[in-house]
Design a protein around this ligand. Sequence first.
Ligand code: ADP
Length: 274
Amino acid sequence: GDALAVSARVAPLGSRLVLVLVEDMTEARRIEAVRRDFVANVSHELKTPAGALSLLSETVIDAADDPEAVVRFAGRMQNEATRLTSLVQELIDLSRVQNDDPLEDSEAVAVAGLVDEAIDRCSQTASNKQITLAAAGTEDLHVWGNRGQLAAALGNLVENAVNYSPARTRVGIAGRRTPAPGGDLIEIAVTDQGIGISSMDKERVFERFYRVDPARSRATGGTGLGLAIVKHVAASHGGEVTVWSVEGEGSTFTLRLPEAGRAREKAEANRRGR
Ligand code: ADP
């Protein structure tokens, strides 16, 4: 099928790269399957907050002379709106992962910009919960990859940190450059003081549609796809994502990605070799 066609096309580049691309094709197919499942599910999931919003707004109008009730219903409307936004965001992420081939569209991407975008994305929820978002060490770091996909990956990690943490806690984002055998890596660690993840669930949270507590996840617009997207993006960029967590204390998710300078040289050498 497609995978064979691709391997034939890139054969002159050497067998290791061929293997990587073939793996990438099956991964692309897997993501396509995820997308199909997701579109089927999401149409249903979107209906719930949309319906609730419409009912709640009618209720607010009816309760116009009862300020306490108005505040209560407006609060519920806010929750439903957040859930709706988060579902739509997940659709956007999935379409980014779908359409762009990171091997084709890679560029040097400033980590500070990705962090700003990720913080913007959940600033509303964070301020509702009085969660402090703080970044450190991200200046002058550049990763090599597809900007939209990298934004989706980091955005999901920060969003989860905020969603699975109690009010008045802190979410830290720390960047650093570390040496590695194949060239420097950039590490971006997202640390929360949230509910944490048991060692039993740690392996499984990266599976698509896996949620430790479906009811809790659904309340924040979760679909169980976020971490599957993060893992896919990390792997297709030649990086990885890992988790460290203590239940009841918090979690750290660490993204490791190729540093831009060295990765660009490699990409250019490959292109010349072709
Ligand atoms: P969801 O849309 O449910 O957030 P994800 O794929 O992003 O889906 O995450 C899968 C599950 O992993 C979540 O439902 C949650 O149970 C758990 N999880 C993810 N991030 C965290 C975190 N920072 N702290 C605690 N649990 C988390």
